[in-house]
Design a binder for this molecule. Structure first.
Ligand code: 13P
Length: 252
């Protein structure tokens, strides 16, 4: 039985006072938060150190980190820095990083390895663009984004969370249908099974992301291979985020 995850990716949103307001709202409603869901929030990294005592019961994540532990990389933060603040998760390879910051599959692989070496669990993002789906290359694209996993150790793979985020569904209000999402999630689990065996594949959480909202979350989360969501816009609004967490708690 895989514990479901609902993770909020705030991207570059919220001032510090808005951030405190969000966590206060969440705390005030913490009695509503189900115990059987892992709730993660990835705020801008600037806020992480200040939030380590504020965020309970929410687990904090970073949105990105550099592939090296330290050095002359102005403006960057490393996974060893995240670990030194007890940050347990880091989103890696988000399509916005791939698109706007030219992150290649090779770089994403290095970042995942850096996270794992520092005992930070990567939330590894994959997903195709609209053109790639229309050209029917989406399965190949996703396999190429994930293929380095076959060379990782069992211990490393166990610490990875995968997020399938079709680029055409991110911030567009156009969500993948539950059939489309389940088809890809099953494909990803089959890849994991081919590379590392069925037992390990069945332990890995695979999240869906892309216009996941309170009104579609339950249908998505009820799919057998969808283990929760990576939520953008709706994670900025406490009521919507809580509603999505509740959907994860009630999903089969
Ligand atoms: P939206 O939920 O705003 O579509 O964003 C999804 C996302 O990119 C999460 O990482």
């Amino acid at each position: 039985m895989r514990t479901k995850i609902v993770a909020g990716n705030w991207k570059m949103n919220k001032t510090w006072s808005e951030t405190l307001q969000f966590f206060n709202d969440l705390k005030r409603n913490s009695h509503e938060l189900p115990k059987n869901v892992e709730v993660i929030v990835a705020p801008p990294s600037l806020y992480l150190s200040q939030l380590t005592n504020e965020s309970q019961p929410v687990i904090l994540a970073a949105q990105n980190a550099h592939q090296e532990n330290k050095g002359a990389f102005t403006g960057e933060i490393s996974c060893s820095m995240l670990k030194s603040l007890n940050i347990d998760y880091c989103i890696i390879g988000h399509s916005e990083r791939r698109m706007y910051f030219n992150e290649s599959n090779e770089l994403v692989e290095k970042k995942v390895k850096a996270a794992l070496a520092n005992e930070v669990s990567p939330i590894l993002c994959c997903g195709e663009t609209l053109e790639e789906r229309e050209a029917n290359t989406h399965f190949d694209i996703i396999e190429s984004q994930l293929s380095f996993i076959k060379n990782l150790s069992v211990k490393e793979v166990r610490n990875i969370v995968i997020a399938y985020e079709p680029v055409w569904a991110i911030g567009t209000g156009k969500t993948a249908s539950s059939e489309q999402a389940q088809e890809i999630h099953q494909f990803i689990r089959n890849l994991l099974s081919k590379w590392h065996g069925e037992e390990l594949a069945n332990q890995i959480r695979i999240l869906y992301g892309g216009s996941c909202k309170p009104d579609n979350a339950l249908e998505l989360f009820n799919c057998p291979d969808i283990d929760g969501g990576l939520i953008g816009g709706a994670s900025l609004v406490p009521e919507d985020f809580i509603a999505i967490i509740k959907s994860a708690a009630t999903a089969q």
